[in-house]
Structures are given as C-alpha cells and as structure tokens.
Design a protein around this ligand. Structure first.
Ligand SMILES: Cc1cc2nc3c(=O)[nH]c(=O)nc-3n(C[C@H](O)[C@H](O)[C@H](O)COP(=O)(O)OP(=O)(O)OC[C@H]3O[C@@H](n4cnc5c(N)ncnc54)[C@H](O)[C@@H]3O)c2cc1C
Ligand SMILES: NC(=O)c1ccc[n+]([C@@H]2O[C@H](COP(=O)([O-])OP(=O)(O)OC[C@H]3O[C@@H](n4cnc5c(N)ncnc54)[C@H](O)[C@@H]3O)[C@@H](O)[C@H]2O)c1
Length: 472
C-alpha cells in the first residue's frame, strides 16, 4: 500500500463542480488532490449540455426545410437526410468539446490527479482504488464532494437492456433506428425526443407526470403539450407498460401503443452519493439517502466537508455546478463564508424554448401575487416566426409589483429568460421594467404586454401613462 497522501483539500470528482472548486483552492495557495476514475471531460461536455444542443441544432436545420418550402424554395421533396451521418457529426462535435475539456482539465490537474474512485473512511480520510487495484489513502484538511449523478435505469428495464439507451450512451450510437420510445419527458426527454423526431425518427414519448418538462404552471403546461404533441405523441399521466418482442419493444398506455426499436430512458438522474460509503464514515443522511448541507456555504453538517454540483441534488444544472464548486472550494480552502445564490434559471432548448425563472408558481402564495400573461399571437415577430402559441407568465408581488418568478414557452426564450432572471435578481418591479426601451419588432415586445397586465392590477400609484416617468 502506498504511503498516505496528506493534502489541504481533496476533491472527489473532476467534473464542472470539482474543477471550479480546484481553481479556488489553488487561488488560496493550498495543496489539492483531485480524485476521479474517469471518463474525464465533464458530464456537460461529454454526454450532457453540449452534445444535446448539437443534436437539437442538427434537427433544427433539417426541420426548417418545411417552412422554406412555404416561402417558395423548390425541390425540398428531393432532399434526403443521412441520419447516421448527421449523428456522426453530433458525436464528432461532442468529441471536440469533451476532448478539449479533458485536455484542459488534465493540464490544470497535472500530478495532482488520482485516477480511481474515492470512498470515505472518515469525514476527512478517503480511500482511492488506483488503476492497478492498489488502495491509496488520502488524508485531507477539507474535502469537496463533487462526484455528480448518473441516469436512473430501473431494474424493470433490465430484460430489454440491449434496446435501452440513456444519454450516457446515446451520443455513441452509430445507427439511429427508425423508431424510439422516450421514457420520461423531463428536460432531457423532451429535448432529445424533439431532436430525434425532427431528424425523421418515429418518436413516442411517455411520462407518469401530467405535464412535461417539469412544468407546474397548468396553462403553460397545456400550451407545451399542444405545441409538441403536434410533433410526436406525448402519453402523459400514466406509466407505460413495456414488453420485449423479437423485433422491438412494445410500449403501451391507455392512450395508445407503439412498437419501437429503441428506448431512451430519460427518467431523471440520481446523485452518486451511494458510491461513497457515507453513512459508515459518519455522515448523517436524510430519508432519501442524501447529505444534509447548507446551500449558502455548501457545507455538510459541521464537517470541513462541502458538497457541490449534481451530487447534492439541489439545482442540477451546469452553471449551478460551477457556482457550487466555487463556493465549496473557496470555503474548503479559506473557512466559511455565506454566499448569496443567483436567481434560479432553467431553460429547455426545445424551440420554442421552455423556461422557468425565479420562484416557482407552486412555492408562492396565490393571494400574494398577481400574474401577467402575454401571448405570441399578439406579438408581430412571433407571428412571423410561426410562434403564435408562445406564452409567457410573469408573477409579481401583489402590493409592490416586484417581479418574483416567470415561466414561458417562447421562440428565443433562452434570451427572454435571461432578461427576466436578471430583472428578478435585481429586484425590479413591473412598473420599472415597463419604463425600459423595447425595439420593434422583436420577441421581447411580449414582455411589455405581460407587464402591462400586472401593472393594471396593482393599486394605482400615479396617473401618467404606464411605462412613463416624470423627468426628475
Ligand atoms: C443530456 C443532458 C443535457 C443537459 N443539458 C444541460 C443544459 O443544457 N444546461 C445545463 O445547465 N445543464 C444541463 N445538464 C446538466 C449538467 O450537465 C449537470 O448539471 C452538470 O454537468 C453537473 O456537473 P457536476 O460537476 O456536478 O458533475 P460531473 O460533470 O458529472 O462530474 C462528476 C465527476 O465525478 C466523477 N466521479 C463519479 N464517482 C466518483 C467517485 N466515487 N470518486 C471520484 N470521482 C467520481 C465522474 O467521473 C465525473 O468526472 C444536462 C445533463 C444531461 C445529462
Ligand atoms: N436544458 C437544460 O437545462 C437541461 C437539459 C437536460 C437536462 N438538464 C438537467 O438534467 C436533469 C435530469 O434531466 P431529466 O430530464 O432526466 O430528469 P427530470 O427529473 O427532469 O425528468 C424525469 C422525468 O421522468 C419522469 N418519470 C420518472 N419515472 C417515470 C416512469 N416510471 N415512467 C415514466 N416517466 C417517469 C418524471 O415524471 C420526469 O418528468 C434535469 O433535472 C436538469 O437539471 C437540463
């Protein structure tokens, strides 16, 4: 057994959160030991954010030919798509993103990387299984847990596993079959279901939830269902029965049945806490087996241990993993500072995009908010872009008009979502936002419609036209 390693901070996982944490430890002038069995390159670049967006881009390019024909482009029916070639391009782009990320990470970690899985012996003592099978003990002053999550694959899919993929394997598939059943229509299921469907695959989607993409706003949810069920069937609100047949998998619900060549299991992701020997090493776990931690410090209980990224299940998104890694690394190296977190922001790149910003509808008291609504049919640019079904809901404090949350389905919604997140984080009111400039004709003009709707329901504060201020 090699000699124990003594280090200031040990970081479990060299993904987004772990790498951001490492940067902070280095900046504090402390020693760091990174531990990761690989594959390196981060979930985001390798099998997550980036390849999924390349697939959506490929699909969008091909999908657009239909509208081109409406505007007089000739010969559309002679075009054909080599889907496997398109997917090879998706994989190649993925290799480029992940390769670069891995290269940079290896360079940054240098000699400080142990390539093996870590498990806890005590809260600041780890054991790493090295590639040759040897066990390396790492004794740290502080530990950052950043070992990510993995796709949920229930046992009942086991008998048909040769026809089941997750996003861990989807981008390596060499032949995309003619039909795919998408099980789970959260952000991943809806994004990938649309990408495949727009690439000409016969897709059928199913989710036990009544609304897709984790939406809780019922009106928006219905709008999303109408929009995307025009592209592929969405069987919602019940679990699909799956049975293996010789030449495929039969998916069955009361809403229909389809035989498909392949299943994409997009049933959520589970934190990799179960691989770390946490309870035995002295950590308290909640009833779901997860660590108790403070999101303002990332600290776990009172230990010099911090948990960042998907592994804490808090906000499983790339920019949050980066922030949490930064907070965890900073606090592990320098002692505890409490950090203000950014306004929550999540976007599904479904074109039209779906976004939820700030406080969620179900977390707000309906008596304390007013909701402003605006529709794409009233927005000239959305009409040009064929996006009349766009919908935006803004929720503001019923007394002051301060914006608290929003949800939307909109073309260019990723940009609207950012404007709204920034406004919410800055504590802007509907009245102040209405006084901002809006160009014409832009999709952003949908915002003043929703803001007017809010302001018209607030107690009157002055008799000037809405959106106008007296010169000071
Ligand atoms: C298909 C898909 C699309 C997505 N799209 C988006 C998007 O558009 N926007 C967005 O914000 N987010 C998106 N996400 C989510 C985003 O990718 C994650 O939130 C983010 O990558 C999490 O980073 P992380 O550092 O927590 O984990 P990771 O990057 O997964 O890093 C964890 C690391 O820990 C290592 N590890 C595991 N077990 C051990 C162990 N026992 N010991 C040591 N190391 C270990 C792993 O090898 C890995 O390198 C998407 C995810 C998926 C799957
Ligand atoms: N654009 C983005 O920002 C983006 C894109 C993809 C993923 N992500 C991140 O990745 C995370 C994981 O995504 P995800 O879509 O896998 O998870 P998710 O938890 O968002 O969705 C999983 C879906 O599976 C459904 N489900 C669970 N069990 C089921 C069953 N037995 N049968 C049918 N449906 C079932 C759930 O109701 C849910 O709708 C997300 O939380 C998100 O943070 C983000």
């Amino acid at each position: 057994m090699p000699q124990d390693i003594q280090t200031d901070v040990a970081i479990i996982g060299a993904g987004t959160a772990g790498l951001f944490a490492m940067k902070q430890v280095r900046m504090a002038g402390k020693s760091v030991t990174m531990i990761d069995p690989g594959p390196l390159g981060t979930t985001c670049a390798r099998v997550g954010c980036m390849p999924s967006k390349v697939a959506l881009h490929a699909a969008h390019l091909w999908h657009q030919r239909q509208e081109m024909a409406e505007y007089g482009t000739q010969g559309i029916e002679q075009l054909s798509l080599d889907r496997d070639k398109a997917w090879a391009r998706v994989s190649a782009m993925r290799d480029r993103f992940a390769g670069k990320t891995e290269e940079n990470a290896r360079k940054a970690m240098g000699e400080n990387l142990l390539e093996g899985p870590a498990r806890f012996v005590e809260p600041t003592v780890l054991e790493v299984e090295l590639p040759g099978g040897e066990r390396q003990v790492v004794r740290a002053q502080a530990v950052v847990i950043a070992n990510g999550s993995r796709p949920v694959v229930p046992e009942w899919l086991e008998p048909m596993s040769d026809r089941v993929v997750t996003t861990d394997t989807l981008f390596d598939v060499k032949h995309i079959p003619d039909s795919v059943g998408v099980l789970g229509l959260g952000a991943i299921g809806l994004e990938m279901g649309l990408a495949l469907s727009r690439l000409g695959v016969r897709v059928v989607g199913s989710d036990i939830a009544r609304l897709p993409a984790g939406i809780s706003d019922p009106e928006l949810g219905q709008r999303v269902i109408e929009q995307f069920s025009a592209e592929f069937p969405l069987w919602l609100g019940e679990s699909a029965e799956l049975s293996k047949e010789e030449d495929g998998i039969l998916m069955k619900t009361s809403q229909g049945q389809e035989k498909v060549d392949m299943i994409l299991a997009s049933l959520g992701r589970r934190p990799n806490t179960d691989t770390l020997n946490l309870a035995e090493a002295g950590f308290e776990l909640d009833d779901k087996g997860q660590l108790r931690f403070d999101p303002a410090t990332q600290q776990v209980q009172d230990f010099p241990v911090f948990v960042a990224g998907d592994v804490n299940g808090h906000r499983p998104l790339q920019h949050e993993a980066g922030d949490e890694g930064t907070i965890a690394g900073f606090n592990a190296a320098r002692g505890i500072t409490r950090f203000r977190r950014r306004t929550p922001l999540s976007i599904a790149f479904t074109h039209p995009d779906i976004a939820v910003i700030g406080e969620r509808l179900e977390d707000m008291d309906p008596d304390e908010i007013v909701t402003g609504s605006a529709d794409g049919s009233g927005n000239g640019r959305s009409v040009i872009l064929g996006a009349q079904s766009n919908l935006i809901h803004l929720h503001a404090d019923a007394k002051t008009g301060r914006l608290r949350g929003a949800s939307l389905m909109a073309t260019h919604g990723e940009h609207l979502a950012h404007l709204l997140a920034w406004a919410i984080q800055r504590g802007e009111t509907a009245q102040d936002l209405l006084a901002m400039p809006f160009y014409h004709p832009v999709v952003e003009e949908i915002l003043p419609d929703a803001l007017q709707d809010i302001v018209s329901r607030l107690p009157e504060t002055h008799d000037l036209p809405k959106g106008f201020r007296r010169e000071e």
